[in-house]
Ligand binder design. Structure first.
Ligand SMILES: [Zn+2]
Length: 287
């Protein structure tokens, strides 16, 4: 294994992906390609004025190891980028000091909700849980956007809170609670390309249970917008890939827990995700 002595050459020395260094290279490539960074709420506030602008929304789903998100937030701030950070209510994600620090850097904070899974599919209990936790978050940040946690091991899809109900009751509407957007409902993926590191690669739609946009995936593949490594994405941003030029609007979703320059942490994430991908393939095959 190569000697790891300099942070800024870590990825190059080792050829390792999903390091903080590699994440910095990705942010630099997005900037160099002429994209402007906006948080999800900033974008929704002025979407009509941005139709011919190149916009990237950096979305972070903080599933666990919340402190890692401080590192990505600092890296973004150093590079003049803003991002949207979504935190869960479980203790490995909901860490008020981390949330507060990231908010003071100018990033957006949102609720990574999974109330349907936590309340075992009881829609009304899940809605009460949602309102209670939204209030907690709003003690730290005036939360205006939310984003579903995929919870692949759960049989419940938390987006069902907002969908028509089998019992005939009217579905809940997050707009009634001061929420202006949920990416899966309020982003036009006919305009936005969606790239996510789910599965610890950029073509994880093959193993993802819920974090994917199946309606558009075939079209994106046809255009050559399916990537495996972060270097593949960077090459496309530089116009060095075989595919069509990337569109003017992209949402990147990353999970900060897996972007680390800490070797034991990096190896743990690598091994765990390899096992999880096998399990997810089985889950998808048996649904
Ligand atoms: Zn999540």
């Amino acid at each position: 294994m190569a000697t790891l002595c300099s942070g800024d050459t870590f990825s190059q020395r080792t050829g390792m992906d999903f390091t903080l260094t590699k994440y910095g290279e990705l942010i630099d490539a997005i900037k160099a390609a002429g994209y402007q960074f906006m948080t999800f709420e900033q974008y929704l506030d002025s979407a009509k004025l941005l139709e011919d602008k190149k916009i990237v929304i950096l979305r972070h789903d903080v599933d666990k190891r919340a402190r890692n998100s401080k590192a990505t937030a600092e890296l973004e701030t150093e590079r003049g980028a803003v991002a949207s950070y979504y935190f869960r209510v479980v203790k490995q994600s909901f860490q008020p000091s981390v949330i507060h620090t990231i908010a003071t850097m100018g990033h957006e904070i949102g609720y990574h909700y999974e109330d349907m899974s936590l309340c075992h599919g009881d829609v009304d209990a899940a809605m009460r849980h949602f309102i209670k936790w939204l209030d907690y978050f709003r003690n730290m940040y005036p939360v205006r956007t939310i984003c579903m946690h995929g919870a692949p091991q759960s049989r419940y899809d938390s987006r069902d809170l907002w969908r028509s109900r089998p019992d005939g009751q009217k579905a809940y509407n997050y707009h009634d609670y001061g929420i202006i957007g949920e990416p899966y409902f309020d982003i036009d993926f006919g305009t936005f390309l969606y790239l996510t590191d789910t599965g610890r690669c950029w073509d994880g739609y093959k193993v993802s249970v819920r974090d994917k946009i199946p309606e558009h995936q075939d079209e994106w593949i046809r255009r050559g917008w399916s990537f495996h490594t972060t270097d593949d994405v960077i090459r496309a941003l530089r116009g060095e890939s075989q595919g069509e030029p990337l569109p003017d609007k992209i949402m990147f979703t990353t999970h900060p827990q897996r972007w680390s320059n800490n070797m034991p942490e990096w190896i743990t994430e690598y091994l765990l995700q390899s096992v999880k991908n096998v399990v997810k393939r089985i889950l998808i095959a048996t649904r």
